[in-house]
Structures are given as structure tokens and as C-alpha cells.
Write a protein that binds this ligand. Sequence first.
Ligand SMILES: [Zn+2]
Ligand SMILES: [Zn+2]
Length: 395
Amino acid sequence: MRALTWHGTHDVRVDSVPDPEIVNPRDAIIKVTSTAICGSDLHLYDGVIPSLQPGDILGHEFMGEVVETGSASTLKKGQRVVVPFTISCGGCFHCKVQQYSACENSNPAEKQDMSETLYGQPMAGLFGYSHLTGGYSGGQAEYVRVPFSDVGPVVVPDHLDDDTVLFLSDILPTGWMAADNADIQPDDTVAVWGCGPVGLFAIQSAIVMGAAQVIAIDHYPHRLELARKLGATTINFRETDVRAALMEMSGGIGVDVVIDAVGMEAHGFAIDNMLDVVKQKVGFGADRASALKQALLSVRFGGKVSIPGVYGGMTDKFPLGAMMEKGVQLRTGQTHVQKYTGKLLKMIEEGKLDTTFLISHRLPLEQAPDGYKHFKEEQDTWTKVVLKPGMQPAT
Ligand SMILES: [Zn+2]
Ligand SMILES: [Zn+2]
């Protein structure tokens, strides 16, 4: 089959590789019909995540048709499914309390060393995201093996086309959980840093949950425009003093809810001694660190802080004092995708959520390397790239 493979920094290629096979009874093989490039894929592309190996297949946002099932899979051939990026067994302590992204059984023991050292316990398995998270082949390919296929995949009805449901795999539940973690109340003013896909979906979710006012903060004009179309008020941080503006918009007390959808993904999984290298390489963040700091200074006393943005290593100068003295509630974490997919699918079906506005480009799988390059270099207008393995390249 053909698949997008990683070979080094800024070197991804579409190669011919062996087809995946059923390994365990609970596996299924999916023929991929749509797969997206995620912002977090860019950190693999930039080579800042350790433990990738040349030839690894990337991609954790995908959907397709079931073409083969193991004897213990509950899926049926021919079904269309969206697959969560988190791989979860469904039976461990964490899965049973719906903390799916903390599954204890999905990351093979021999791959757990580095994340256990970093975090105290090892991370769960994820598709297409290095050997730290299990070394699973991703879905930017014609076919993919899905472990625990009786737990994760969401069967979608035929009348919903791929573009309307694909983002159930990651960014829609991630944006939704960001808002859900802030326990949004009807009179809340919510400020969201970062109008990338997760930030935009957090904005949309906060509005659907009934927030009185949602304020979007970014510097990309097109992304701010998308936020306005969703119903947000916008602040361009290149033009406006963000904290002063937020104080004014919240009657001088600070906003009720702050959501950091920027994160420091560039540091994802970086171990201590890599930080300096990473800092140089990616221009570690004055800008990025300042988003969370600014959020903590902008939230009101007793307010709520939600962090969907990914942080992987250590950070300097975290305003712990502001957090404690203001008595804020802070919630964060990798998304428990499977907890939200059923509810969100229903909302899509009922027309309460439409995520297709985000897609700026649809490309054949063969043009995936171009997609990565443009998505990285033209962030304002390349908001989301969807790869279609079945699409013929334009001649
Ligand atoms: Zn993603
Ligand atoms: Zn589990």
C-alpha cells in the first residue's frame, strides 16, 4: 500500500510499504477514505519529538471503511468508522472511569521507559506518534490496523459525508473537552488563546454551551475571521494589549474562563537535557510561554483555567503564585476522545455542530508532503488539510 512515512526533519515521503495485517483478535483493518494533518504532526515534521524512526507511518486523525476484522472485533466489514487518536483497551482502571487517554494497556511495556521517567507513569498508546506512544502505524495511509477495535471506532451513518465527521477523531472532542473542563455557565465570559483548529472548536463549543461572551486571541487575520464567523469577539495580540482589553471586556474583574489552546507542543515529550537544543531549534517560547502566563493574569479570582494545548516537558516561570492566590481551578490533559464521540456525533447529525468550515484544502494522499509544507509555512490560510487516499492527483 501507499503511506506517508517520516524520514527526518522536514522529510516525509509517500512510499510503498507492506499492508497491515490483523495481529490480535480485537484488531480491525480500515481502508482509509479521509485523514487529516494535525498541528501536532508538524512537531514530528520538525523533528523535535524523540523516538521516531525512519519509515514510521504518521497520522492520528483518520476514518474509513472496515475491510477486515479479527475474531473478537465488534465491527463489521463495510461499516464506515471514525477512529479516535487515543488507543484504549476499555477494561483497565482508567478506561472504566472514561479516562481513555490514560489507558494502561495500549502502550507496549518495552516502549514505556521514557514517558514513565518523565511523568511517573507511562503514557497510553496513540496512532502515528512515535515510539514513546507505542510505535503504532498511523492513518495517513491507504490502510491501517486498529487495535481494540471493539472500543474506539465510531460507526457513522452513510448520510454523513467524511468531511462532517472526520474531526471526531481528535480536534472536535479536544476542543469540546477544553470547554467542558471549564464547566461553562450561561453568564460566563470565555477567552481563548489560539485560533488553530482546537482553539476554533473550543470557541464553537463554548458558544454552543451557552457562554455569554467568547473572546478569541490570535494574530493570523484569516483565523481571527473564522472565529468571528463562529460568533466570537476577536483580539489581535499584535495590535492590542490583550490583558487590558480583557479587563475592560469583563467589567474590570477579569474573565471567568481562560482556555490556552496554544500550548508548547514544540516541546512535546522533550526530556530535560533536550530542552536547550529544542529551544534553539524552535525558538522556544517567549510568545508561547506568555500565552499561559497572560491567561493566568487575565482570569478573575475564582475563575477557571483550561489547557488543551499540549505541553510535554518543563516550563520556566510558571505563575504558580497567581494560580494559588486567585484560587483558580485548573484542568488539562490529553483528550478522552471515546468519552465524547457519541454525544458529538449526535450533535453533528442534528445540525448543532458543523466542523467543515475549518477545511481549507483537500489533497490526494500522494501530495501529502506538499500538504505538510504548506500547512507549516502558510498557517494563516492553510487551516486544515484533509488527505484523501482515493482522490486522483490533478494532472
Ligand atoms: Zn491531532
Ligand atoms: Zn485501558
